[in-house]
Ligand binder design. Structure first.
Ligand code: NAD
Length: 376
């Protein structure tokens, strides 16, 4: 079985889908590994390190030749897969909802496109969950970036010259990224509060030593929500949430927003009028900036200043921690391929539960029920 690791083509995508560690492990399963020249450079992995792990290096554009499996972080252009074996797997973050044309292209190219974002949230797939591994690092980086842009310190400091008070950090959206943001802000010594629409997060916020700030007048999502995911909230809830934010935000120095709804634009949580109530020099980091933004006025990869408040958000936050993000992403992919490895066949064979969840195209057609429903 021939596995190709390609060099990412999206600007600013510094991650790579395999590391020398996972190359070694995949070879141990019986696979042959071909890595495109320079694929790991932006994640501090040299071609020589891949060779030492047992991979062959292919010149630009040629790694995919006769590949059975193509590993990538972002979805490659279908044209780049022309020389792969018929029915080859493409394993990557394929943006199933946003890149419909490209997914049709995978069907036409005759490859089986496996979208890692659709990995079901079941216990046995936890080690394959790329959204979690990348969100965790993103939550950490968001706090560091906000702290860096903030002209004051995070911890309380008692000095001979007087006392500096602790920064107040408010985290909105307490999924994987939000929990890590809370933990990181606490480690830096900030006073942290947090909110979510899912009631199960209240206890998680408290267990990290932060204060939950919740809408109480309208019921949110009881418990975890389906698969841990939120849905769009009712108008009543949105109104109550806006009032809560207005009352709370004026007293915050740093706000980290992480709220997402699968398959939809990110919910708008902070309006310009609310930003105007914040103290000058405050910082908002909008992790949802690439999904349309939780914060009015946020622009991916730009520092926008409104009412003396800096609004930041990266187009690709995990790519700012490329080495660690790649290490975890690569392990997620290894865990996925190895869990289904069929020794006799010498290749991975998916079961229905996970196969049907992640497979977008097969036999020249788009096959995923959610995409078919969307088209119809
Ligand atoms: P996500 O990235 O989809 O969303 C981030 C957070 O924003 C979520 O907590 C969501 O509830 C919140 N949110 C959405 N709309 C909001 C609004 N209007 N206001 C405030 N908050 C809003 O979520 P995620 O990080 O992928 O994970 C969510 C949950 O799923 C977590 O509890 C996590 O532990 C769980 N999870 C389970 C597994 C597993 O069992 N294998 C894997 C990953 C995550």
């Amino acid at each position: 079985l021939r596995i190709a690791v390609i060099k990412e083509s999206v600007a600013g995508e510094n991650r790579v889908a395999a590391t020398p560690e996972t190359v070694r492990k995949l070879i141990a399963l019986g696979a042959q590994l071909v890595v495109e020249e320079g694929a790991g450079a932006a994640a501090s992995v040299s071609d020589a390190a891949y060779v030492e792990a047992g991979a062959a290096i292919a010149p630009q554009g040629q790694a995919v030749q006769d590949a059975d499996v193509v590993l990538s972080v972002r979805g490659p252009e279908p044209a780049a897969l022309a020389n792969a074996r018929p029915g080859a797997w493409v394993v990557a973050l394929l943006e199933p909802y946003g890149q419909r044309d490209r997914i049709e292209g995978y069907a036409t190219a005759g490859v089986e496109a496996l979208a890692m974002e659709f990995m079901p949230r079941i216990t046995r797939a936890q080690s394959m969950d790329v959204l979690s591994s990348q969100s965790n690092l993103a939550g950490y980086k968001a706090v560091l970036a906000a702290a860096d842009a903030y002209g004051r310190a995070f911890p309380m400091m008692m000095t001979a010259a007087g006392t500096i008070t602790a920064a107040r950090v408010f985290v909105m959206g307490v999924g994987v990224a939000g929990l890590q943001a809370i933990a990181t802000a606490r480690r830096l010594g900030a006073q942290v509060s947090a909110t979510d629409v899912r009631s199960a997060t209240k206890e998680q916020i408290q267990s990290l030593g932060a204060k939950p700030v919740f809408v109480e007048s309208v019921t949110g999502i009881e418990g975890e929500g389906t698969g841990g995911y939120a849905t769009e909230m009712s108008e009543d809830y949105q109104k109550a949430q806006a009032e809560l934010v207005s009352a709370h935000i004026a007293k915050q120095d740093i706000v980290i927003t992480t709220a997402l709804i699968p398959g939809r634009a990110a919910p708008r949580l902070i309006a310009d009028a609310q930003i105007a109530t914040m103290r000058a020099g405050s910082v908002i980091f909008d992790l949802a900036a690439p999904q349309g933004g939780n914060v009015e006025g946020s622009v991916p990869d730009q520092v926008v200043e409104r009412h003396g408040v800096k609004i930041i958000g990266y187009a690709n936050t995990p790519a700012h921690l490329a080495a660690d993000a790649s290490a975890l992403y690569a392990r997620n992919l290894y865990n996925f391929l190895s869990a289904f490895w069929d020794k006799e066949a010498g290749k991975p064979v998916l079961d229905d539960e996970i196969g049907n969840a992640v497979r977008l195209t097969q036999g020249g057609k788009v096959v995923h029920p959610q995409l078919l429903a969307q088209a119809g």
